[in-house]
Design a protein around this ligand. Structure first.
Ligand SMILES: Nc1ncnc2c1ncn2[C@@H]1O[C@H](COP(=O)(O)OP(=O)(O)OP(=O)(O)O)[C@@H](O)[C@H]1O
Ligand SMILES: [Mg+2]
Length: 542
């Protein structure tokens, strides 16, 4: 296996996974336990050594205070740390430990150290959250990291190898978040039309309902409150999740946990109470959560200017879409039976691998027979073997048959003269701006220059401003991302200083600020004072 494979990584709230494309198909790689999903759970010992995945979960009941879960919810949060055994771990450090484990597992499988990765992030992530994710990948040892949005990755995995011409609704319901995207696919081009969702809703909320149900029964039957004890709660959470998962395939199940710990000398034993949970009870108790999970679908369609009848395919992503009542309500609402051909909890990592192959790992097509190769070296070997006669030692261009003195010269020639023969060029994806971009006015409010929801393809906006004091010669253009009316409540991307404004009474100069977002994720900002032509500009990677 080539060492230059780019890994596709789904860094999930609950579970993470790695995939690569082999023979055109994205494949999940097994971790060292033989599983294709690695729980995003980290245990730190006193020395700061990290254990990631199943082994961290195994230690959780005994040492819950040394275990971190769902750190993705805190990515990019200023000042947030997890204090364990006297160490303060940042979300970036904890995520780096998860990524390092995934990378090590991939290395055992591939035999070589992978150095590049495509990591998926939720569509709603802000610049702080994506920057924290990139930093984590860098400290995990990846030299180069590309980020793509999770729903887009899912669509790519679904469309891989198919000639799709349809409108997809990607419904991603994971452990901590709900992400919905409407994506139009035509001629191998993926256009995100709208996104919506709920950052505060996921499978963990369903677990919580089951936990409360069992804890209430325990209190009623035994008179003991069990949710206040940390160890008992950790074990009950595991049991509640199992119960929930069982109910996706069974009509009823028993929460069989004979030992959840001890509270004031009493052994907490779920088998001593009524521990049967039926799907009917589960559905009744989670009806509100289910409704909250369906409402954003209508909002996403509205933003995309579509009706339910316009959706051709509903693509299920994320473990929580395995809950039958979610699938049923979704089908009822959209009127299309959700597609179940792909594994909902693996499709995001697979899509990241597809992206890696399509967009990053350039391929080379033989000019004679059209066969494709990962590396130019393999193409040249193939060309020399298959298409030149044995007696010749000539180093020929596989496209125009020009002859060179060395392989290096031949490679340089091909890159320069035959760029169209390279596959994997061009992104083929247009996304939408997920957070509004604007600037701060004198009163602190946010003046939006590019609205969220606009296509990244043609996102340009202009704002007109002036000075607020007489003879003011400089202004600061703060660049912010977010929906809050107060700029400081949003994420600051950077700022520019426009100087050299000719002294005039307040309100007279006209300062035009242009935001231009390109599909590589770069925001170009330019501020011009119209009278003098004084200009300042800058680029921000967002
Ligand atoms: N068969 C099942 N039935 C119901 N829920 C399930 C099933 N299998 C997994 N889940 C739930 O799916 C959730 C994890 O889903 P997934 O691995 O897609 O999340 P994630 O990608 O880590 O999270 P996010 O996308 O929010 O970052 C957990 O809450 C888990 O309990
Ligand atoms: Mg996910």
């Amino acid at each position: 296996m080539a060492a230059d494979k780019t890994l596709g990584i789904d860094l999930g709230t609950t579970n993470s996974g790695i995939a690569i494309v082999e023979a055109g198909d994205p494949q999940m790689l097994a971790n060292n336990d033989g599983n294709r999903l690695t729980p995003s759970v980290v245990h730190y010992d006193e020395e700061g050594k990290a254990l990631v995945g199943r082994r961290a979960i195994d230690r959780e009941p005994a040492e819950p205070e040394q275990v971190v879960r769902e750190i993705k919810r805190h990515m990019g949060e200023d000042g947030y740390t997890e204090a364990i055994s006297g160490h303060e771990y940042t979300p970036t450090e904890i995520s780096a430990d998860i990524l390092r484990k995934l990378k090590d597992d991939a290395e055992s499988y591939l035999g070589d150290e992978p150095t590049e990765a495509v990591v998926t992030v939720p569509a709603y992530f802000t610049i702080d959250q994506t920057a924290a994710t990139k930093d984590a990948a860098e400290s995990a040892g990846f030299n180069e990291t590309h980020l793509i949005n999770e729903p887009t990755a899912a669509a790519l995995a679904y469309g891989n190898g198919k000639d799709l011409n349809e409108t997809l609704l990607v419904y991603d319901f994971g452990g901590g978040t709900l992400d919905i995207s409407v994506i139009e696919v035509a001629d191998d081009q993926y256009d995100v039309l709208a996104t919506d969702g709920d950052n505060e809703l996921g499978g963990a909320d369903f677990d919580q309902v089951v936990m409360e149900l069992l804890a209430n029964r325990y209190e009623q039957e035994k008179g003991i409150k069990i949710l206040d004890d940390e160890e008992v709660r950790a074990k009950l959470r595991v049991q509640a999740e199992k119960t929930k998962i069982d109910l996706s395939s069974d009509d009823e199940t028993e929460a069989l946990a004979p030992f959840l710990g001890q509270i004031e000398g009493d052994i907490i034993d779920l088998t001593e109470i009524d521990n049967t949970v039926t799907r009917e009870t589960f559905e009744q108790k989670t009806a509100d959560l289910r409704d909250r999970a369906i409402d954003p679908v209508g909002d996403a369609l509205e933003k995309a200017d579509l009706e339910t009848g316009d959706i051709d395919t509903v693509l299920l992503v994320g473990g929580s879409t395995l809950i039958p009542s979610i699938q049923d309500r979704l089908e009822e609402f959209v009127g299309v039976e959700p597609t179940k051909t792909l594994d909902p909890d693996k499709i995001v990592a697979q899509g990241a691998a597809v992206y890696a192959q399509r967009e990053i790992e350039a391929g080379y097509r033989c000019g004679v027979c059209g066969k494709e190769f990962d590396a130019m070296l393999s193409l040249n070997e193939h060309y020399d073997d298959a298409h030149t006669d044995d007696s010749s030692d000539d180093i020929e261009c596989p496209y125009c048959e020009e002859v060179f003195d060395s392989d290096a010269e031949r490679e340089a020639h091909v890159s320069k003269e035959h760029p169209d023969e390279l596959t994997g060029a061009g992104t083929g994806i247009t996304d939408i701006i997920s957070h509004s971009l604007g600037t701060k006015l004198k009163d602190g409010s946010m003046d939006v220059i590019i609205d969220n929801g606009e296509s990244t393809d043609d996102a340009v906006g202009v704002g007109e401003y002036t000075t607020t004091t007489d003879d003011q010669t400089r202004v600061t253009v703060g660049v912010y991302q977010g929906e809050h009316e107060q700029a400081e409540q949003n994420v600051k991307i950077g700022e520019l200083q426009l100087t050299g404004i000719p002294p005039k009474p307040a309100g007279v100069p006209l300062i035009e600020v242009t935001y231009d977002y390109d599909s590589d994720g770069i925001l170009h900002v330019e501020a011009v004072e119209k009278d003098s032509g004084e200009t300042v500009d800058g680029e921000f990677d967002i």
